[in-house]
Each structure stands twice: as structure tokens, then as C-alpha cells.
Design a binder for this molecule. Structure first.
Ligand code: M6R
Length: 633
């Protein structure tokens, strides 16, 4: 949560910082601020609310300063008010700090500082940092180190060694006007290398329009950025040698490209995501009678598969829903018992595991604090045990360069491209594709499905991009039209069974998070055990009814809802018979095998939520109270 940016170089910093913050607004957007150094002073401007408030405040007071830091906030400590917005400063207003994360020992530090006479201006955990740095600068000077080139850096390093928690920090000072110091401890921070100018940011979209040469810092690392270059150190002050690498990212990926919202653009990008996944994971030449080649290549250590007996998956939110589809595939195609845990629960009640248990962490951002903590805890538990046990940690992420990428030895890179809308859409589809590839790879290696069957499933997957395109084409207007009727609805129920139960959960989550309508997803057969009491004419029910194993069952459950006067919306390819009669409205999807259907049935869920939220005039890409990556516990 929260986005930080920094710039030092030869151009005016403010506009670069504002543009960078715009790209990071998905990380938090309840207040924002910028500090720059001009004429020997720190010029700090902050504003409550969205970034445009800060932009309009800056119109009259922008300086041509060539060094600065910026922040967009998702409040943790202290309400989203201007006095809690970052940057925060020391008493003499010489040091300015932006932070993303949580300083867990801030109360103790604040009490100590208060006892020394420091007066605090905010309720944040961050404000202790500039005060501490100011004290250490004084201490360095008193120790006779005032002339050292590293006095500012060392003061920050000493302050950082007093901090506990997960944080990324950027600091400037009016007394050291050519230096920008950044710190990373379990919160993302990337440095960008330009020509005589250097950048830092919580995420690459903020700097991609300036440079593709980047260096993500590791935990426990700090950097000193000046117009002359970048020096990297660890927290003990040891200098490290690290080289930037070139990002394979195009600046247009982080633009709306004519769509009204990023979310809609990202929904439309899903056929491309499936195609990219097919190209990356599946061998185009493989056929069932091929005894030499392999159908799938995920580039992961084959030791992972060996004598596997159990799989545990940890994830949050939409990634948790994708993992439920993964569980279905792994159990039904491979026969491996698989459990899906909320990472936030797992970390305090870890499931027992054996050396034959594979733990998978699923997180599109690779930065979700709970998922990382659950994986780190398990990694720790496996220390000193058999090598194969230690190797059995796998991450599925859209950002292989993220903290997750550093934490686990094996990664499946999902191929969604950067997702900006806070509501996950294309990254969900990309995660599903990773699970299809993983389950089919395992099924092939363990011979739990016949090669001819596998060939058929892969052929079906190859049709999916076209099917999604047709689904999008037929549903866009339909869901927009349906949304008119539901703009004032207060409660929604989503039903699915089997492999489409997680899609019902995902449909409910999408609607909740962007339209603020209360919604619940249930396995359709579970309704009669309680939730059916909620139903009446005011509560519409969306039921996913794909022909297959549970089709008739879902239709019967839909009948039960209809008998309680609910308006029934069917997501189904079937137009006649009982489906034609029971549903008040049909959202037709292409007919595909039930096993592959989540890749299609999720699309109307996303479109319906999108159009209802847009109809209600809400900020679809930046819904209230949310942030794209939840880097706090
Ligand atoms: O980056 P992650 O996949 O770990 O994020 C997990 C959840 O925070 C995320 O899926 C959240 O639920 C989204 N807003 C869903 O749209």
C-alpha cells in the first residue's frame, strides 16, 4: 500500500514526481504529497484526497527544483487528512521522508522522541523517521563526521537500524541538496537509471516512461542517488556491486488506450493473456502420439513433482479464488489432495506438511504481505531439512521481479502484463492459465490422464481466446443494459458449483469491491442450508450453469431461488428447455467443456460488476478503501 517516488537529475522534479504518482495511485489514493528542495529549503506540498487535489495545489507553487520525493497514501496509522499525508518532516523542517509500509515499533520510538522534547505533527508511524534522522545527523556532526561525504547517508542508515517492520523509504534534506537516499526492507523499491538522472519508485510503471534500466533493491539494502550516479549499500554500510537490468515493458501498457477505465481495457486484454500463456507454457508441436517431446514446459525444477503427495496453496482475494480453481484441477486431473488457505490465516495456524508437500503461493503483485509472510514462515520451517523439501516452494505471480520472486526457488510467471485497475481481472485469467498448465503437466508426468485426453484439453484451451472474444462481443451491450436495472440493488447472490463455484465467489467479490453492493457467492447446493432465507424479489441471483457434471443440479437450485421470487440471471450457453424457462435473463457464453469453462464464465462476472459500478458513477479503477497491492498485514 502507498506509492513512493523520487527523482534527482537535471529536469524539474515536480512534474516527473506527479506523473509517477499518477501511475502509482492504484497503490493508495486517500492523500498525496511532494517535497522538493529549492533555494536551501524543503518545499513540501500535501493534499487530502485524490492526486488531482495535489496537482491543483501545486499549480501556483511549483519550483524548478531538480530533486524531490512524492507519496500517494493508503492510510494505516492516522486518518486520511492533510496533516497525516506524506512527506513528513523533522522539527527544523530540513529532512523530508516518504514511506510505504509500517514501522511496527513506532510507538516506542515516538515515546522516546517525545521524552526528548520532539513535538509530533501527525498520527502516523512514519513521522518518527525524519526526527530520528535529524538526531543522527546532529550526532554525526558532533562526532566530527560533518565533512564526510556520507554524513547524510550514515545518519539515515543509523536511523533505519532502529526501525522494525516492513518499509520502503525515500529521504531528502535541504542540507544535502544533491542526495536522495532510499531504503528497502520488505516493501518494494526499484531504482531507475537515466542519463545523469535517477529515479526511485514503489513500482516500475512510475518510471517506465523515463528509463527501462532498473534495479529492484533487495531487503536490507539502501541506495544513495546523486546526479553523479547510484551507490548501493547494506544496512551495515558495506558497499554492494549491483547492475541494473533492462525491463521488457512498454510505456503504452500503462495507458488506457481509448478505454474509459483500466478495468474495461484489462477485461478486453484477456484473449491476449490466454494466447500469451498458451505460447509460453504449451508446446505447439506436441501430439498424443509424441513419445519424445513434452506437452508443457513451465521451466520449473522437476524435483518439485517427484513423489508429491499433497499440495497446499496460500493466497488472498482474487488469487485465492484462482487457487480454488487450481485445487479442482489438481485434485480432479492429478488426484493430489490440495488445500487452499487464506494466507492471513495460514501464517498463524500453519497446516502440517511433510517433505512430500508442495507449497504454492499465488499473488499477482508478488507483494501481498500476508502471502509473503506465510511463505517466509514455511521456508523457515523447512530450513535444515531435506533439500527436496526446501525446494518444494512455488510462486505463481505476474511480477517475477517482486519480493515473491526473491523468496521462493520456483516461479511460474503469469503473463497478464501490468494490471492497473484495482479489481483484478486479466491477472485472474492468467493465474487460471498457470493452474491449467501446472495440473496438466503433473497429470501428464504422473500419467493420470491419457495423452489423447490431454491433447483434447489442450485443443480446447487453444480455442479459448476466440471464445472469450466472442463472449466479449456478445455481452458488452447486454451486461451494460442489465446494469441499468441493478444500479440501485442492495444485495446480490452468485451461485456456481464444482469448478464454477470459485467463479461465483469471484463474481461477488468484483461486484462488492467496485460497486459497493453487498454480494455473496455460494456453492449452489448450499443455499438451502441457510442463505436461501435472504432471497426475495429484491435480491437478484446470478447462477452459472455450464453443461456438464453439475448442470442439472444448478438448474434445480436456480428453481429453488425462483420460487422465492428472486430475479434469476443465468450465465449459460443453453437457451431453451428448463434453462430458458427458469432464468429471467440470460447472459449467453460459448459452449465449452465444463473443465475449461471458468475461463469464459468469469468474463460476464467482470462485465456485470464493471457496468453496474460505472452506471452508479463510481471510480471503477480506484474503489474506496482499497489498494492494488496490500503490503501491510
Ligand atoms: O497481489 P495479490 O494477488 O496477492 O492480491 C491479492 C488480493 O489483494 C487481490 O486479489 C484483491 O482481492 C483484488 N482487489 C481483487 O480484485
Amino acid at each position: 500500500m502507498c506509492g513512493i517516488v523520487g527523482y534527482v537529475g537535471t529536469q524539474a522534479a515536480t512534474e516527473i514526481l506527479l506523473a509517477g504518482l499518477e501511475k502509482l495511485e492504484y497503490r493508495g489514493y486517500d492523500s498525496a504529497g511532494i517535497a522538493a528542495i529549492w533555494e536551501g529549503e524543503v518545499d513540501c506540498v500535501r493534499a487530502k484526497g485524490k492526486l488531482y487535489n495535489l496537482r491543483s495545489k501545486l499549480e501556483s507553487v511549483q519550483t524548478p527544483s531538480q530533486i524531490g520525493i512524492g507519496h500517494t497514501r493508503w492510510a494505516t496509522h492516522g486518518k486520511p487528512e492533510e496533516h497525516n499525508a506524506h512527506p513528513h518532516m523533522d522539527t527544523a523542517m530540513r529532512v523530508a521522508v516518504v514511506q510505504n509500509g509500517i514501522i511496527e515499533n513506532y510507538r516506542d520510538l515516538r515515546d522516546e522522541l517525545k521524552a526528548q522534547g520532539v513535538v509530533f505533527r501527525s498520527e502516523t508511524d512514519t513521522e518518527v523517521i525524519p526526527h530520528l534522522i535529524a538526531q543522527f545527523i546532529k550526532e554525526e556532526i558532533a562526532l566530527g563526521n560533518g565533512d564526510s561525504e556520507l554524513v547524510f547517508f550514515d545518519a539515515i542508515r543509523k536511523a533505519v537500524n532502529h526501525l522494525e517492520g516492513a518499509f520502503a523509504i525515500a529521504v531528502i534534506s535541504a542540507d544535502y541538496p544533491d542526495e536522495l537516499v532510499v531504503v528497502r526492507q520488505q516493501a518494494p523499491l526499484v531504482i531507475g537509471f537515466g542519463q545523469g538522472e535517477f529515479f526511485c519508485a514503489s513500482d516500475t510503471p512510475a518510471i517506465i516512461s523515463h528509463t527501462r534500466a532498473v534495479l529492484p533493491l533487495d531487503n536490507g539494502e539502501m541506495a544513495r542517488l546523486t546526479p553523479l550516479g547510484v551507490e548501493i549499500y547494506d544496512f551495515t554500510g558495506r558497499r554492494l556491486k549491483k547492475q541494473p537490468r533492462m525491463l521488457n515493458l512498454n510505456p503504452t501498457m500503462v495507458e488506457k488506450q481509448g478505454f474509459k477505465h483500466f478495468m474495461l481495457k484489462e477485461i478486453y486484454e484477456q484473449p491476449g493473456v490466454v494466447r500469451a500463456s498458451l505460447d509460453a507454457y504449451f508446446n505447439p508441436d506436441w501430439k498424443a502420439d509424441d513419445t519424445q517431446g513434452t506437452p508443457i514446459n513451465l521451466g520449473i525444477n522437476p524435483e518439485l513433482y517427484g513423489d508429491l503427495e499433497q499440495i497446499q496453496i496460500v493466497a488472498c482475494g482474487t488469487s485465492w479464488h484462482a487457487s480454488l480453481v487450481g485445487k479442482y484441477l489438481l485434485e480432479q486431473l492429478v488426484g493430489i489432495p490440495t488445500q487452499v488457505q487464506y494466507a492471513s490465516e495460514f501464517r498463524y495456524a500453519p497446516a502440517p506438511m511433510t517433505s512430500n508437500t508442495l507449497l504454492i503461493g499465488v499473488t499477482q503483485s508478488g507483494e501481498t504481505a500476508d502471502t509473503l509472510a506465510a511463505l517466509a514462515m514455511e521456508k523457515e520451517r523447512r530450513q535444515g531439512k531435506e533439500a527436496k523439501y526446501q525446494a518444494r516452494l512455488l510462486g505463481i505471480t505476474n511480477r517475477p521481479e517482486s519480493s515473491l520472486g526473491h523468496l521462493v526457488p520456483n516461479i511460474i510467471n503469469t503473463l497478464a502484463g501490468i494490471e492497473i485497475g484495482v479489481a483484478a481481472t486479466k491477472t485472474f485469467t492468467a493465474q487460471l492459465m498457470a493452474f491449467y498448465a501446472l495440473a496438466l503437466d503433473l497429470a501428464y508426468l504422473k500419467k493420470t490422464i491419457a495423452p489423447i485426453e490431454l491433447e483434447k484439453i489442450i485443443a480446447g484451451l487453444r480455442q479459448i481466446p476466440k471464445d472469450i472474444e466472442e463472449t466479449l462481443e456478445s455481452q458488452e451491450k447486454l451486461t451494460e443494459h442489465l446494469a441499468h436495472d441493478f444500479a440501485d440493488t442492495q444485495d446480490f447472490i452468485f451461485l456456481g458449483r464444482g469448478i464454477n463455484f470459485p467463479i461465483a465467489l469471484e463474481g461477488a467479490l468484483k461486484l462488492k469491491e467496485i460497486s459497493y453492493i453487498h454480494a455473496e457467492g455460494y456453492p449452489a447446493g448450499e443455499m438451502k442450508h441457510g442463505p436461501i432465507a435472504l432471497l426475495d424479489a429484491k435480491v437478484p441471483v446470478v447462477a452459472i450453469a455450464m453443461p456438464g457434471n453439475v448442470y442439472e443440479k444448478v438448474i434445480s437450485n436456480a428453481q429453488e431461488a425462483k420460487a422465492r421470487d428472486s430475479r434469476l440471471i443465468g450465465v449459460t450457453p443453453v437457451k431453451d428447455g428448463e434453462a430458458g424457462e427458469v432464468f429471467n435473463d440470460l447472459i449467453p457464453v460459448m459452449e465449452v467443456s465444463e473443465l475449461l469453462s471458468p475461463l469464459l464464465t468469469v468474463v460476464p462476472m467482470q462485465l456485470l460488476a464493471y457496468h453496474i459500478a460505472a452506471r452508479r458513477g463510481l471510480d471503477v479503477d480506484q474503489p474506496r478503501n482499497l489498494a492494488k497491492s496490500v503490503t501491510v498485514e
